[in-house]
Design a protein around this ligand. Structure first.
Ligand SMILES: C[S@@+](CC[C@H](N)C(=O)[O-])C[C@H]1O[C@@H](n2cnc3c(N)ncnc32)[C@H](O)[C@@H]1O
Length: 419
């Protein structure tokens, strides 16, 4: 049996792309726009031993799975092709043949632990996630890759979250500026106010607010981000109003803020920590202060991990749930929700913009971080774009107030910002 025959036997329906392998076999339309080549036995073993996104990603990132017809900085079309393919479980004959080809005894995964020990094991594993040391390591893994690399991918705004496109043909830069304007306006900020921006990245929101006379404290767990942001603040002469700290947000003790912005942090927190997280924000706000929480969500309210590939290669320990769960937790922390909106399609456009940047600066990016890392970023950004387009993930803004005991919010009767 050839590798192509094994592929053919596990694919349900026609293949939209051509697949070839090192044994000389091939399957799928010869004239297809995209071609995948399993170039080595190692590639085959990655695909066979970790079926699904992780095996595919391992083989692709290591170069054992070669791709023609897409740029590695933007493999969107390849992922769109693959997302239409339905797989069947391989039969016993195929598994034996694969085992023989790879020289291993059997590819069947080890049996799962007995049912009764599963809940205990899960509780143990969850307990190990999201302590301050492990969170610091996870953030270091993703955000301290290289500031120069992020400059090339994110562009001058150095903003690593969903933009808000005023029109479909707006540039990424315009859309990021518009997002900061939207957050600033939703929070009703005025000169002299105090803002706390948790998970501040390279300080985009911090500088936006400080330029408008607001006194801002930003915190990030990434040392590289903090150093970059501190330099940018000094160069722009904003040091009187703006401070970026390299710190866990949980270490902030100041309170009485007029507003808190959290842009792209909630994904890192872990759902079971939401009560502590929103409670922390409540305690930092003055009575009447506002929170704007901007985060990636699921279209349902179950707690989900981000997927094996993203968890292993991109964002360790990320977790997502739905906007309903976020709103429930905000309310249970004692805050009053005034508004929420979904910017799902804006994130697809943002990711397309980042992929365009990665393609444009590909050689320099590879030189900066190595081809494997550059490929991981291309893969995860293009895959995330597809996820937003297909409504597998969304992006929600939740605006809430710390309303006082008298119930007076002091807010205008209708939304006070322009969309
Ligand atoms: C997706 S980035 C968003 C950065 C920025 N808000 C932006 O829009 O570009 C997430 C940020 O959350 C920060 N972060 C994650 N966990 C944190 C924690 N426990 N304490 C402080 N910052 C944290 C990361 O360091 C990073 O700056």
């Amino acid at each position: 049996m050839s590798i192509a025959q094994i592929v053919e036997s596990v694919v349900d329906g026609p293949l939209p792309l051509r697949v070839e392998a090192y044994d000389g076999s091939g399957v799928g339309p010869a004239e297809a726009a995209r071609r995948l080549t399993v170039a080595t036995p190692r590639g085959l073993s990655y695909l066979a031993t970790a079926p699904g996104d992780l095996g595919l990603a391992r083989a692709y990132v290591s170069g054992d799975l070669r791709v023609e017809g897409v740029h590695p900085g933007d493999p969107y079309d390849l992922l769109a092709d693959l997302s239409g393919v339905r797989f069947r479980r391989p039969g016993r004959e195929q598994v034996l043949e694969l085992s023989r080809m790879l020289g291993v005894r059997g590819l069947t995964p080890p049996p799962p632990p007995p049912q009764e020990s599963l809940p205990r094991w899960r509780r143990l594993a969850e307990g190990l996630r999201h302590n301050q040391t492990r969170d610091a390591e996870a953030i270091h893994h993703h955000y301290d890759v290289s500031n120069r690399f992020y400059e090339m991918v994110l562009g001058p705004s150095m903003t690593y979250t969903c933009a808000c496109y005023p029109a479909a043909d707006a540039t990424l830069e315009e859309a990021q500026e518009n997002k900061y304007r939207l957050v600033f306006d939703k929070l009703g900020l005025r000169p002299g106010d105090r803002l706390l921006d948790i998970g501040c990245g390279w300080g985009g929101m911090v500088r936006h607010a400080a330029r408008r006379g607001v006194s801002v404290l930003g915190v990030t767990l990434s040392r590289e981000q903090a150093l970059w942001a501190q330099k940018a603040i000094a160069e722009e002469g904003l040091a009187d109003l703006a401070e970026v700290r390299h710190s866990d947000y949980r270490a902030v003790t100041e309170s009485g803020f007029d507003a808190v912005s959290s842009i792209g942090l909630t994904e890192h927190i872990g759902v079971r920590n939401y009560p502590a997280y929103f409670g922390f924000i409540r305690d930092r706000l003055r009575t009447g202060g506002l929170l704007l929480n901007h985060c990636i969500t699921r279209p349902h309210n179950r707690r989900t991990e981000t997927g094996a590939f993203i968890d292993r290669y991109v964002f360790p320990d990320g977790e997502l749930t739905g906007s309903g769960r976020i709103i429930t937790e905000v309310q249970d922390a004692g805050l009053e929700v005034f508004h929420e909106e979904n910017l799902r399609e804006h994130y697809a456009l943002t990711l397309a913009g980042w992929c365009r940047n990665l393609v444009e600066h590909w050689d320099e990016c590879v030189e900066e971080v190595g081809e494997g890392t550059a490929r991981v970023w291309g893969l995860y950004m293009a895959g995330s774009r597809l996820g937003f387009e297909r409504n597998e993930i969304q992006l929600h803004h939740v605006l809430a107030a710390k309303t006082g005991a008298d119930g007076l919010s002091g807010l205008p009767l209708r939304p006070w910002w322009s969309t």
